[in-house]
Design a protein around this ligand. Structure first.
Ligand code: ATP
Length: 465
Protein backbone atom coordinates (compact mmCIF):
# COMPACT_ATOMS: atom_id res chain seq x y z
CA UNK A 1 0.00 0.00 0.00
CA UNK A 2 1.68 3.25 -1.15
CA UNK A 3 1.06 6.04 1.34
CA UNK A 4 1.69 9.73 1.92
CA UNK A 5 4.04 9.85 4.95
CA UNK A 6 5.31 12.83 6.93
CA UNK A 7 8.75 12.45 8.54
CA UNK A 8 9.55 14.85 11.38
CA UNK A 9 13.13 14.90 12.66
CA UNK A 10 15.54 17.70 13.51
CA UNK A 11 18.49 15.76 12.05
CA UNK A 12 18.72 16.08 8.29
CA UNK A 13 20.59 12.75 7.98
CA UNK A 14 17.82 10.83 9.73
CA UNK A 15 15.12 12.56 7.68
CA UNK A 16 16.89 11.63 4.45
CA UNK A 17 17.59 8.09 5.60
CA UNK A 18 13.99 7.37 6.66
CA UNK A 19 12.65 9.02 3.52
CA UNK A 20 15.01 6.98 1.27
CA UNK A 21 13.99 3.68 2.89
CA UNK A 22 10.26 4.44 2.68
CA UNK A 23 10.41 5.78 -0.87
CA UNK A 24 12.18 2.58 -1.92
CA UNK A 25 9.08 0.82 -0.59
CA UNK A 26 6.94 2.90 -2.93
CA UNK A 27 5.69 5.52 -0.44
CA UNK A 28 5.70 9.28 -0.95
CA UNK A 29 7.30 11.31 1.83
CA UNK A 30 7.21 14.91 3.02
CA UNK A 31 9.84 16.13 5.46
CA UNK A 32 9.78 18.54 8.42
CA UNK A 33 12.58 19.64 10.73
CA UNK A 34 10.49 21.09 13.59
CA UNK A 35 7.01 21.27 15.07
CA UNK A 36 5.82 24.31 13.13
CA UNK A 37 6.92 22.90 9.81
CA UNK A 38 5.31 19.55 10.68
CA UNK A 39 1.97 21.11 11.64
CA UNK A 40 2.02 23.31 8.53
CA UNK A 41 2.57 20.27 6.30
CA UNK A 42 -0.25 18.40 8.04
CA UNK A 43 -2.46 21.46 7.52
CA UNK A 44 -1.58 21.51 3.83
CA UNK A 45 -2.96 18.01 3.46
CA UNK A 46 -3.45 15.35 6.06
CA UNK A 47 -0.86 12.58 5.53
CA UNK A 48 -1.66 8.89 6.06
CA UNK A 49 1.13 8.37 8.63
CA UNK A 50 3.51 10.54 10.67
CA UNK A 51 6.95 9.35 11.75
CA UNK A 52 7.90 11.65 14.57
CA UNK A 53 11.13 12.13 16.48
CA UNK A 54 10.60 12.72 20.21
CA UNK A 55 13.54 15.12 20.55
CA UNK A 56 13.18 18.08 18.26
CA UNK A 57 15.99 20.48 18.97
CA UNK A 58 15.28 24.14 18.39
CA UNK A 59 11.59 23.43 17.94
CA UNK A 60 8.69 25.34 19.52
CA UNK A 61 6.98 22.08 20.57
CA UNK A 62 8.71 18.81 21.38
CA UNK A 63 7.65 15.49 19.85
CA UNK A 64 5.23 14.58 22.64
CA UNK A 65 3.50 17.96 22.33
CA UNK A 66 3.24 17.59 18.55
CA UNK A 67 1.74 14.15 19.13
CA UNK A 68 -0.89 15.66 21.44
CA UNK A 69 -1.84 18.31 18.87
CA UNK A 70 -2.14 15.65 16.16
CA UNK A 71 -4.27 13.37 18.33
CA UNK A 72 -6.53 16.29 19.27
CA UNK A 73 -7.13 17.45 15.72
CA UNK A 74 -6.80 14.19 13.77
CA UNK A 75 -7.46 11.34 16.23
CA UNK A 76 -7.30 8.74 13.49
CA UNK A 77 -3.97 9.76 11.97
CA UNK A 78 -1.41 7.12 13.03
CA UNK A 79 1.89 8.32 14.50
CA UNK A 80 5.07 6.25 14.89
CA UNK A 81 7.60 7.69 17.33
CA UNK A 82 11.38 7.64 16.91
CA UNK A 83 12.93 7.59 20.36
CA UNK A 84 16.57 7.86 21.46
CA UNK A 85 18.41 4.81 22.67
CA UNK A 86 17.49 3.89 26.27
CA UNK A 87 14.51 6.18 26.26
CA UNK A 88 11.83 3.60 26.58
CA UNK A 89 9.93 5.52 29.25
CA UNK A 90 9.23 8.43 26.93
CA UNK A 91 8.23 5.98 24.24
CA UNK A 92 5.73 4.39 26.61
CA UNK A 93 4.31 7.83 27.47
CA UNK A 94 3.94 8.44 23.73
CA UNK A 95 2.01 5.19 23.28
CA UNK A 96 -0.26 6.18 26.17
CA UNK A 97 -0.92 9.45 24.39
CA UNK A 98 -2.04 7.62 21.29
CA UNK A 99 1.12 6.85 19.25
CA UNK A 100 0.78 3.60 17.30
CA UNK A 101 4.30 2.26 18.05
CA UNK A 102 7.90 3.41 18.45
CA UNK A 103 11.27 2.73 16.87
CA UNK A 104 14.42 3.07 18.93
CA UNK A 105 17.53 4.73 17.49
CA UNK A 106 19.68 3.32 15.96
CA UNK A 107 17.20 1.26 14.00
CA UNK A 108 17.42 -1.19 11.13
CA UNK A 109 15.66 -0.52 7.83
CA UNK A 110 13.64 -3.73 8.25
CA UNK A 111 12.17 -2.58 11.54
CA UNK A 112 11.16 0.79 10.07
CA UNK A 113 9.52 -0.85 7.06
CA UNK A 114 7.66 -3.35 9.22
CA UNK A 115 6.33 -0.83 11.77
CA UNK A 116 5.28 1.51 8.95
CA UNK A 117 3.43 -1.28 7.17
CA UNK A 118 1.67 -2.37 10.37
CA UNK A 119 0.65 1.19 11.26
CA UNK A 120 -0.77 1.75 7.78
CA UNK A 121 -2.58 -1.57 7.81
CA UNK A 122 -4.04 -0.93 11.26
CA UNK A 123 -5.31 2.47 10.23
CA UNK A 124 -6.78 1.18 6.99
CA UNK A 125 -8.43 -1.67 8.92
CA UNK A 126 -9.90 0.81 11.35
CA UNK A 127 -11.30 2.78 8.46
CA UNK A 128 -12.69 -0.35 6.83
CA UNK A 129 -14.35 -1.42 10.08
CA UNK A 130 -15.88 2.03 10.42
CA UNK A 131 -17.11 1.96 6.83
CA UNK A 132 -18.42 -1.56 7.30
CA UNK A 133 -20.25 -0.58 10.44
CA UNK A 134 -21.77 2.38 8.68
CA UNK A 135 -22.88 0.32 5.76
CA UNK A 136 -23.09 -3.18 7.15
CA UNK A 137 -26.19 -3.95 5.19
CA UNK A 138 -25.02 -2.51 1.88
CA UNK A 139 -23.88 -5.22 -0.48
CA UNK A 140 -20.76 -4.95 -2.56
CA UNK A 141 -21.96 -7.53 -5.00
CA UNK A 142 -24.02 -6.69 -8.03
CA UNK A 143 -26.61 -9.40 -8.38
CA UNK A 144 -28.24 -10.15 -11.72
CA UNK A 145 -27.67 -11.88 -15.06
CA UNK A 146 -30.00 -9.86 -17.26
CA UNK A 147 -28.53 -8.30 -20.42
CA UNK A 148 -29.00 -4.84 -18.85
CA UNK A 149 -27.01 -5.68 -15.71
CA UNK A 150 -24.35 -7.58 -17.65
CA UNK A 151 -23.82 -4.54 -19.81
CA UNK A 152 -23.42 -2.40 -16.68
CA UNK A 153 -20.96 -4.84 -15.10
CA UNK A 154 -18.90 -4.87 -18.32
CA UNK A 155 -18.80 -1.07 -18.38
CA UNK A 156 -17.70 -0.97 -14.71
CA UNK A 157 -14.88 -3.44 -15.41
CA UNK A 158 -13.69 -1.35 -18.34
CA UNK A 159 -13.96 2.02 -16.59
CA UNK A 160 -12.68 1.12 -13.11
CA UNK A 161 -8.93 1.06 -13.90
CA UNK A 162 -9.07 4.40 -15.73
CA UNK A 163 -8.88 7.49 -13.61
CA UNK A 164 -11.72 9.19 -15.47
CA UNK A 165 -14.50 11.04 -13.73
CA UNK A 166 -17.79 9.25 -14.07
CA UNK A 167 -21.34 10.49 -13.81
CA UNK A 168 -23.76 7.71 -12.93
CA UNK A 169 -27.37 8.20 -13.90
CA UNK A 170 -30.36 6.15 -12.89
CA UNK A 171 -33.49 6.15 -10.75
CA UNK A 172 -33.41 6.29 -6.98
CA UNK A 173 -32.57 2.96 -5.36
CA UNK A 174 -31.46 1.37 -8.66
CA UNK A 175 -27.89 0.74 -7.47
CA UNK A 176 -25.89 3.87 -8.39
CA UNK A 177 -23.92 3.90 -5.15
CA UNK A 178 -23.25 0.20 -5.51
CA UNK A 179 -21.90 0.85 -9.02
CA UNK A 180 -19.66 3.63 -7.64
CA UNK A 181 -18.39 1.34 -4.89
CA UNK A 182 -17.51 -1.34 -7.46
CA UNK A 183 -15.74 1.23 -9.64
CA UNK A 184 -13.61 2.06 -6.60
CA UNK A 185 -12.99 -1.54 -5.55
CA UNK A 186 -11.86 -2.52 -9.02
CA UNK A 187 -9.62 0.53 -9.45
CA UNK A 188 -5.96 1.12 -8.54
CA UNK A 189 -7.29 3.16 -5.65
CA UNK A 190 -8.98 0.19 -3.99
CA UNK A 191 -6.68 0.41 -0.94
CA UNK A 192 -7.58 4.07 -0.47
CA UNK A 193 -10.76 5.46 1.05
CA UNK A 194 -14.20 5.48 -0.56
CA UNK A 195 -16.02 8.50 0.80
CA UNK A 196 -19.69 9.26 0.20
CA UNK A 197 -21.10 12.77 0.22
CA UNK A 198 -24.85 12.88 -0.07
CA UNK A 199 -25.80 16.31 -1.32
CA UNK A 200 -29.53 15.60 -1.15
CA UNK A 201 -29.70 14.73 2.52
CA UNK A 202 -28.17 17.89 3.99
CA UNK A 203 -28.97 21.57 4.25
CA UNK A 204 -27.30 23.61 1.49
CA UNK A 205 -24.88 25.41 3.85
CA UNK A 206 -23.71 22.12 5.33
CA UNK A 207 -22.75 20.73 1.92
CA UNK A 208 -19.71 23.00 1.69
CA UNK A 209 -18.65 22.28 5.24
CA UNK A 210 -18.83 18.55 4.63
CA UNK A 211 -17.05 18.83 1.30
CA UNK A 212 -14.23 21.26 2.09
CA UNK A 213 -13.94 20.94 5.88
CA UNK A 214 -13.40 23.82 8.25
CA UNK A 215 -10.38 25.49 9.74
CA UNK A 216 -10.25 27.24 13.08
CA UNK A 217 -7.51 29.88 13.12
CA UNK A 218 -7.16 29.64 16.91
CA UNK A 219 -6.00 26.02 16.55
CA UNK A 220 -9.20 24.58 17.99
CA UNK A 221 -10.90 21.44 16.62
CA UNK A 222 -11.47 21.35 12.91
CA UNK A 223 -13.45 19.26 10.56
CA UNK A 224 -11.76 17.27 7.81
CA UNK A 225 -13.87 17.56 4.68
CA UNK A 226 -14.82 14.75 2.33
CA UNK A 227 -12.33 15.90 -0.33
CA UNK A 228 -9.39 15.65 2.06
CA UNK A 229 -10.66 12.43 3.58
CA UNK A 230 -10.85 10.88 0.11
CA UNK A 231 -7.20 11.67 -0.73
CA UNK A 232 -5.73 8.66 -2.56
CA UNK A 233 -9.20 7.21 -3.11
CA UNK A 234 -12.62 7.99 -4.53
CA UNK A 235 -15.17 10.63 -3.56
CA UNK A 236 -18.71 9.68 -4.48
CA UNK A 237 -21.00 12.70 -4.68
CA UNK A 238 -24.52 11.35 -4.51
CA UNK A 239 -27.24 13.50 -6.09
CA UNK A 240 -24.72 16.03 -7.32
CA UNK A 241 -27.42 18.20 -8.91
CA UNK A 242 -28.89 18.85 -5.47
CA UNK A 243 -25.88 20.96 -4.55
CA UNK A 244 -26.55 24.69 -4.29
CA UNK A 245 -25.47 26.54 -7.43
CA UNK A 246 -22.68 28.47 -5.57
CA UNK A 247 -21.24 25.19 -4.28
CA UNK A 248 -21.34 23.84 -7.83
CA UNK A 249 -19.06 26.73 -8.83
CA UNK A 250 -16.62 25.86 -6.07
CA UNK A 251 -16.59 22.18 -7.00
CA UNK A 252 -15.87 23.17 -10.57
CA UNK A 253 -12.86 25.16 -9.38
CA UNK A 254 -11.54 22.13 -7.45
CA UNK A 255 -11.85 20.01 -10.56
CA UNK A 256 -9.95 22.55 -12.63
CA UNK A 257 -7.23 23.33 -10.07
CA UNK A 258 -7.12 20.04 -8.11
CA UNK A 259 -6.86 22.28 -5.03
CA UNK A 260 -9.30 23.82 -2.58
CA UNK A 261 -9.54 25.94 0.54
CA UNK A 262 -11.11 24.84 3.78
CA UNK A 263 -13.88 27.07 5.09
CA UNK A 264 -12.28 29.76 7.23
CA UNK A 265 -8.84 28.78 5.97
CA UNK A 266 -6.37 30.67 3.83
CA UNK A 267 -4.11 28.05 2.34
CA UNK A 268 -4.74 25.78 -0.61
CA UNK A 269 -5.00 22.06 0.02
CA UNK A 270 -4.10 19.82 -2.91
CA UNK A 271 -5.58 16.37 -3.16
CA UNK A 272 -5.51 13.37 -5.44
CA UNK A 273 -9.12 12.23 -5.61
CA UNK A 274 -11.18 10.50 -8.27
CA UNK A 275 -14.65 11.98 -8.38
CA UNK A 276 -17.59 9.76 -9.23
CA UNK A 277 -20.95 11.49 -9.02
CA UNK A 278 -24.54 10.48 -9.51
CA UNK A 279 -27.94 11.89 -10.21
CA UNK A 280 -31.48 10.63 -10.56
CA UNK A 281 -32.65 13.99 -11.92
CA UNK A 282 -33.30 15.25 -15.40
CA UNK A 283 -30.02 17.16 -15.69
CA UNK A 284 -30.76 18.47 -19.16
CA UNK A 285 -33.84 20.20 -17.77
CA UNK A 286 -31.97 21.41 -14.67
CA UNK A 287 -29.32 22.92 -16.96
CA UNK A 288 -31.83 24.60 -19.25
CA UNK A 289 -33.61 26.04 -16.23
CA UNK A 290 -30.36 27.27 -14.68
CA UNK A 291 -30.30 24.92 -11.68
CA UNK A 292 -27.22 22.97 -12.73
CA UNK A 293 -24.03 24.41 -14.22
CA UNK A 294 -23.33 23.17 -17.70
CA UNK A 295 -19.55 23.59 -17.28
CA UNK A 296 -19.65 21.38 -14.19
CA UNK A 297 -21.74 18.84 -16.07
CA UNK A 298 -19.06 18.54 -18.74
CA UNK A 299 -16.28 18.17 -16.14
CA UNK A 300 -18.13 15.47 -14.18
CA UNK A 301 -19.56 13.63 -17.11
CA UNK A 302 -16.28 12.59 -18.71
CA UNK A 303 -17.74 9.10 -18.95
CA UNK A 304 -21.49 8.55 -18.45
CA UNK A 305 -22.77 5.33 -16.90
CA UNK A 306 -26.43 4.37 -16.68
CA UNK A 307 -27.82 2.02 -14.04
CA UNK A 308 -31.04 0.44 -15.35
CA UNK A 309 -34.15 0.57 -13.14
CA UNK A 310 -35.52 -2.68 -11.75
CA UNK A 311 -38.56 -2.80 -14.08
CA UNK A 312 -36.07 -2.96 -16.98
CA UNK A 313 -34.61 -6.18 -15.62
CA UNK A 314 -37.38 -8.14 -14.01
CA UNK A 315 -35.51 -11.38 -14.82
CA UNK A 316 -33.10 -10.47 -12.00
CA UNK A 317 -35.82 -10.26 -9.34
CA UNK A 318 -35.81 -13.95 -8.24
CA UNK A 319 -32.00 -13.86 -7.81
CA UNK A 320 -32.19 -10.58 -5.93
CA UNK A 321 -34.88 -11.99 -3.61
CA UNK A 322 -32.73 -15.03 -2.86
CA UNK A 323 -29.72 -12.85 -2.27
CA UNK A 324 -31.50 -10.48 0.10
CA UNK A 325 -33.04 -13.34 2.07
CA UNK A 326 -29.61 -14.82 2.83
CA UNK A 327 -27.92 -11.43 3.24
CA UNK A 328 -30.54 -10.24 5.73
CA UNK A 329 -30.51 -13.54 7.58
CA UNK A 330 -26.76 -13.19 7.91
CA UNK A 331 -26.61 -9.49 8.77
CA UNK A 332 -29.59 -9.08 11.07
CA UNK A 333 -29.99 -12.55 12.50
CA UNK A 334 -33.43 -13.04 10.95
CA UNK A 335 -34.40 -16.64 10.20
CA UNK A 336 -33.84 -17.44 6.51
CA UNK A 337 -37.16 -18.03 4.76
CA UNK A 338 -38.34 -19.74 1.66
CA UNK A 339 -40.30 -17.40 -0.56
CA UNK A 340 -43.01 -19.32 -2.41
CA UNK A 341 -43.24 -19.37 -6.22
CA UNK A 342 -46.55 -17.47 -6.12
CA UNK A 343 -45.04 -14.67 -4.02
CA UNK A 344 -41.99 -14.49 -6.30
CA UNK A 345 -44.34 -14.19 -9.30
CA UNK A 346 -46.19 -11.24 -7.76
CA UNK A 347 -42.96 -9.57 -6.65
CA UNK A 348 -41.61 -10.01 -10.17
CA UNK A 349 -44.65 -8.41 -11.76
CA UNK A 350 -44.66 -5.39 -9.42
CA UNK A 351 -43.46 -2.06 -10.79
CA UNK A 352 -40.95 -1.13 -8.04
CA UNK A 353 -40.84 2.65 -8.30
CA UNK A 354 -38.21 2.57 -5.50
CA UNK A 355 -36.23 -0.07 -7.42
CA UNK A 356 -33.84 -2.50 -5.70
CA UNK A 357 -33.95 -0.61 -2.39
CA UNK A 358 -37.74 -0.96 -2.23
CA UNK A 359 -37.51 -4.66 -3.07
CA UNK A 360 -34.93 -5.17 -0.36
CA UNK A 361 -37.00 -3.29 2.23
CA UNK A 362 -40.03 -5.40 1.39
CA UNK A 363 -38.08 -8.63 1.78
CA UNK A 364 -36.83 -7.44 5.15
CA UNK A 365 -40.37 -6.57 6.25
CA UNK A 366 -41.67 -9.95 5.08
CA UNK A 367 -38.93 -11.78 6.97
CA UNK A 368 -39.73 -9.88 10.16
CA UNK A 369 -43.48 -10.36 9.83
CA UNK A 370 -43.10 -14.08 9.08
CA UNK A 371 -42.34 -14.61 12.77
CA UNK A 372 -39.97 -17.02 14.48
CA UNK A 373 -40.84 -20.32 12.80
CA UNK A 374 -38.17 -20.93 10.12
CA UNK A 375 -40.40 -23.43 8.30
CA UNK A 376 -42.94 -20.71 7.40
CA UNK A 377 -42.99 -20.23 3.64
CA UNK A 378 -43.78 -16.68 2.53
CA UNK A 379 -46.73 -16.88 0.17
CA UNK A 380 -48.41 -14.30 -2.08
CA UNK A 381 -51.21 -13.64 0.41
CA UNK A 382 -48.64 -12.45 2.96
CA UNK A 383 -47.49 -9.63 0.67
CA UNK A 384 -48.59 -6.09 1.52
CA UNK A 385 -51.66 -4.84 -0.36
CA UNK A 386 -49.75 -2.32 -2.45
CA UNK A 387 -47.53 -5.08 -3.91
CA UNK A 388 -49.39 -6.76 -6.70
CA UNK A 389 -51.98 -4.02 -6.99
CA UNK A 390 -50.43 -3.07 -10.30
CA UNK A 391 -50.47 -6.62 -11.63
CA UNK A 392 -53.23 -7.30 -14.09
CA UNK A 393 -56.54 -5.60 -13.50
CA UNK A 394 -56.45 -1.83 -13.78
CA UNK A 395 -57.67 -1.86 -17.38
CA UNK A 396 -60.67 0.29 -18.26
CA UNK A 397 -61.23 1.47 -14.71
CA UNK A 398 -60.04 -1.62 -12.80
CA UNK A 399 -61.90 -4.15 -10.67
CA UNK A 400 -64.89 -1.89 -10.12
CA UNK A 401 -65.45 -1.68 -13.85
CA UNK A 402 -65.20 -5.49 -14.14
CA UNK A 403 -67.93 -5.88 -11.56
CA UNK A 404 -70.31 -3.99 -13.82
CA UNK A 405 -69.78 -6.40 -16.74
CA UNK A 406 -71.27 -9.78 -17.58
CA UNK A 407 -68.99 -12.70 -16.57
CA UNK A 408 -67.84 -13.56 -20.11
CA UNK A 409 -66.70 -10.04 -20.88
CA UNK A 410 -65.09 -9.57 -17.45
CA UNK A 411 -63.27 -12.88 -17.79
CA UNK A 412 -61.92 -11.94 -21.20
CA UNK A 413 -60.59 -8.64 -19.92
CA UNK A 414 -59.04 -10.33 -16.92
CA UNK A 415 -57.47 -13.11 -19.00
CA UNK A 416 -56.01 -10.67 -21.49
CA UNK A 417 -54.45 -8.46 -18.79
CA UNK A 418 -53.28 -11.42 -16.74
CA UNK A 419 -51.57 -13.09 -19.67
CA UNK A 420 -49.99 -9.86 -20.92
CA UNK A 421 -48.55 -9.21 -17.46
CA UNK A 422 -47.17 -12.75 -17.27
CA UNK A 423 -45.63 -12.53 -20.74
CA UNK A 424 -44.04 -9.25 -19.78
CA UNK A 425 -42.72 -10.79 -16.59
CA UNK A 426 -41.00 -13.59 -18.47
CA UNK A 427 -39.39 -11.15 -20.88
CA UNK A 428 -41.73 -12.16 -23.74
CA UNK A 429 -40.81 -15.81 -23.55
CA UNK A 430 -44.01 -17.69 -24.42
CA UNK A 431 -42.66 -21.13 -23.46
CA UNK A 432 -41.80 -20.01 -19.92
CA UNK A 433 -45.07 -18.11 -19.59
CA UNK A 434 -47.03 -21.18 -20.72
CA UNK A 435 -45.22 -23.35 -18.20
CA UNK A 436 -45.95 -20.92 -15.38
CA UNK A 437 -49.62 -20.35 -16.18
CA UNK A 438 -50.09 -24.10 -16.66
CA UNK A 439 -50.95 -24.19 -20.37
CA UNK A 440 -49.48 -25.85 -23.42
CA UNK A 441 -47.45 -23.43 -25.51
CA UNK A 442 -49.69 -23.88 -28.56
CA UNK A 443 -52.81 -23.48 -26.40
CA UNK A 444 -51.43 -20.22 -25.06
CA UNK A 445 -50.81 -18.98 -28.60
CA UNK A 446 -54.39 -19.87 -29.52
CA UNK A 447 -55.72 -18.21 -26.39
CA UNK A 448 -53.82 -15.02 -27.13
CA UNK A 449 -55.16 -14.98 -30.68
CA UNK A 450 -58.71 -15.55 -29.40
CA UNK A 451 -58.31 -12.67 -26.95
CA UNK A 452 -57.14 -10.50 -29.80
CA UNK A 453 -53.59 -10.02 -28.45
CA UNK A 454 -51.28 -9.23 -31.36
CA UNK A 455 -47.49 -9.86 -31.21
CA UNK A 456 -47.08 -6.07 -31.00
CA UNK A 457 -49.13 -5.95 -27.82
CA UNK A 458 -46.92 -8.61 -26.32
CA UNK A 459 -44.30 -5.91 -26.13
CA UNK A 460 -42.11 -4.44 -28.82
CA UNK A 461 -38.85 -5.69 -27.24
CA UNK A 462 -40.25 -9.03 -26.22
CA UNK A 463 -38.88 -12.16 -27.81
CA UNK A 464 -41.61 -14.63 -28.66
CA UNK A 465 -40.19 -18.02 -27.63
N1 ATP B 1 -27.72 -5.38 -8.48
C1 ATP B 1 -27.76 -5.33 -7.14
N2 ATP B 1 -27.41 -6.41 -6.40
C2 ATP B 1 -27.46 -6.41 -5.06
N3 ATP B 1 -27.85 -5.34 -4.35
C3 ATP B 1 -28.20 -4.24 -5.00
C4 ATP B 1 -28.18 -4.16 -6.43
N4 ATP B 1 -28.57 -2.93 -6.80
C5 ATP B 1 -28.83 -2.26 -5.68
N5 ATP B 1 -28.62 -3.03 -4.58
C6 ATP B 1 -28.84 -2.66 -3.17
O1 ATP B 1 -30.01 -1.83 -3.15
C7 ATP B 1 -29.86 -0.75 -2.24
C8 ATP B 1 -29.98 0.57 -2.98
O2 ATP B 1 -28.86 0.71 -3.87
P1 ATP B 1 -28.01 2.07 -3.99
O3 ATP B 1 -27.93 2.77 -2.67
O4 ATP B 1 -26.75 1.74 -4.69
O5 ATP B 1 -28.99 2.89 -4.95
P2 ATP B 1 -28.86 4.39 -5.50
O6 ATP B 1 -29.24 4.35 -6.93
O7 ATP B 1 -27.52 4.94 -5.16
O8 ATP B 1 -30.00 5.10 -4.66
P3 ATP B 1 -30.17 6.71 -4.36
O9 ATP B 1 -30.33 7.38 -5.67
O10 ATP B 1 -31.44 6.76 -3.56
O11 ATP B 1 -28.97 7.12 -3.60
C9 ATP B 1 -28.52 -0.97 -1.56
O12 ATP B 1 -28.75 -1.73 -0.39
C10 ATP B 1 -27.75 -1.78 -2.58
O13 ATP B 1 -26.74 -2.55 -1.99
Amino acid sequence: MAADILIVDDEADIRELVSGILEDEGHRTRLARDSDEALRIIEERRPQLVILDIWLQGSRLDGLEVLSVIKRTYPELPVVIISGHGNVETAVTAIKRGAYDYIEKPFKADRLVLVTLRALEASSLKREVRELKERSTVSAEMIGKSPAINQLKGAIDRLAPTNSRILIRGASGAGKELAARLLHQKSHRADGPFIVLNAASMAPDRVEEELFGTEDRSGGPRKVGALEEAHGGTLYIDEVADMPIETQGKVLRVLVEQKFQRIGGAQKVSVDVRIVSSTSRDLERDMSEGRFREDLYHRLNVVPLRVPGLPERREDIPDLIQYFVSQLAHASGLAPRRIGEDAIAVLQAHDWPGNVRELRNNIERLMILAGGDPSTVITADMLPDEIGSNVPLPVNGGAEHLMSLPLREAREIFEREYLLAQINRFGGNISRTAEFVGMERSALHRKLRALGVSSDQRGSELKIG
